[in-house]
Write a protein that binds this ligand. Sequence first.
Ligand code: ATP
Length: 609
Amino acid sequence: MYQKDSPTVATMMFGRRRAIEALRSPWLMPAFIVLMMLVPLLPIPEFWITQLNYIGLYAQVGLGLVLLTGVSGLTSFGQAAFVGVGAYTTAYLTLNTGLSPFITLFIGQALVVLVAIVLGFLTLRMSGHYLPLATLAWALSLNYTMANMESLGKYDGLLGVPAINLFGLSFADGRAMYVLIWGAAFISAVSVLHLLNSRSGRAIRSLKSGITMAEAMGISTFQYKLLAFVLAAMMAGMSGWLFAHFQRTVNPSPFSLAKGIEYLFMAVLGGIGHVWGAFAGSGAVKIIEDQLQVLLPKLIGTSGNFEIIVFGLILIGVLKYAPEGLWSFVERWVPAFQRERDWGGAKPLPSRDKPARGELLLDVQQVRKEFGGLVAVNDVSFSIRAGDIMGLLGPNGAGKSTTFNLITGVLGLTSGAVMFRGQNVAGLPSREIAKRGMSRTFQHVKMIAEMTVLENVALGGYLRTQAGPVQAVLRLDREEERRLFAEAERQLRRIGMAHQMNELAGNLALGPQRLMEIARALCTDPALLLLDEPAAGLRLKEKQALAEVLRQLKQEGLSIMLVEHDMDFVMGLVDHITVMEFGTKLMSGTPAEVQASPEVRAAYLGTEH
Ligand SMILES: Nc1ncnc2c1ncn2[C@@H]1O[C@H](COP(=O)(O)OP(=O)(O)OP(=O)(O)O)[C@@H](O)[C@H]1O
């Protein structure tokens, strides 16, 4: 079977994360935020306020890494460079043009977005180890640029950056900056939580499991990679702006590659799969660093950055014994919060025009796929009429999955045409084919193990909804979300799985996982449902339940094409069968005709029947 997806480097390095616990106890998060915002009013020594300010600054960068690396699976060592872009822009402009820091914040963020878009276009299509290596390259280049520009003061940097003034209110002292720094950090954290719990957020969360499934649901994975990349860069840029006006001086060293690695370390230590992990990690690193800088010279008798060695050892320990980071320990004590079922009575989502029963739905004409010298699919033709179930059969390696992938746009054709509802869809990307009403499942179940069953199914409704990231952050998408979740529940009910909707998908057995994939495909409101070996690996009872579901869907008028090995499963279910062998079509006919065919018996059924 053709496999396009490979685990991301982030997945290989940090393992799979549990669900982003966006919805913990409803009062705990506001209570924590209020408590933290009251800190500067308490008689806490200035030293600790300064430390907390650094923790807040680092946490913002860490939040970007949670989104980018923990959630999307895109590892970046280069976030410090974006902090630098934000910091240098405001420092240079406030010093040289006298512009208000609030204007330079917008200019700095615009520059950060521009740099991120350019770098994103250059690097985000890279996979495997290439992307992290590319982030090393641009982190070095940006830092080198900062350190060598005469106008930016080269290695000495820029001194005397003015304090922020807002309506006559000066943010010159640490306590005032605390309010800005932590206010910004919490706004970022809440924004990320809102985003993750939305249509765009689920699309971002789907990136980590590879692009094939997300694209088949109509999601432009590149667009969401770029979104995560730009948002992470903006959070780093914001931290840079605050940093410049807090430190009142900028120089290249806090924006170096070493710092970029340290940011990643903080996020991993805290829990890179969790929004609050960014805070836990930056807090732990800052406090340990300070203690070690006092303790280690006393122990070793000489000063130097020896804490780096200790951090290296801590990182090895964390990756080995607590790969989910420190936050996972805290989380055990935080009561979980069940999503309220608030979608009762929501208006149904829009649905597409369905083909009339008997209409020619899919007409596969002479499709061919060559892999180098191997002809995997050799000029195969067949068709499906609306309301029918068609089975594509054949022994291992016959070319069934490749044909399936040619029809659904996962693979490009060498030649031939795939007419779907009268339009040639050959060569279109799978998300475009999904838009036209074809929806599929996968031979190896593709799902987001860390999301609930309901959220996984809701991914299928992506193309039927519209809310973007800004609406998500501002919570203007709630009505649409209610409609989407009502639809997802309806589809789960249709296949008899509504009672499992709140379970994590990764906790399901294979049978229910396959059914969940069917519900997800149904949530796209398909005109044609394509199932790739839906019965593979199922026990007899599960197969019987699946056959029942498919029969019921056929009764409801749905058209289905399925690739299958299991003859008994197929024979009682389908209207037509196409049999393949060695990439070539052997015959098409009714189940009875196929069973009676001596060629098919010889090629495929022989020993089994
Ligand atoms: N990406 C690829 N590159 C090269 N050869 C491939 C690729 N994908 C499939 N093939 C080859 O094409 C042929 C058909 O494979 P395909 O997976 O379509 O068969 P299948 O009938 O689905 O078999 P199975 O039931 O085992 O999945 C096989 O010889 C396979 O090795």
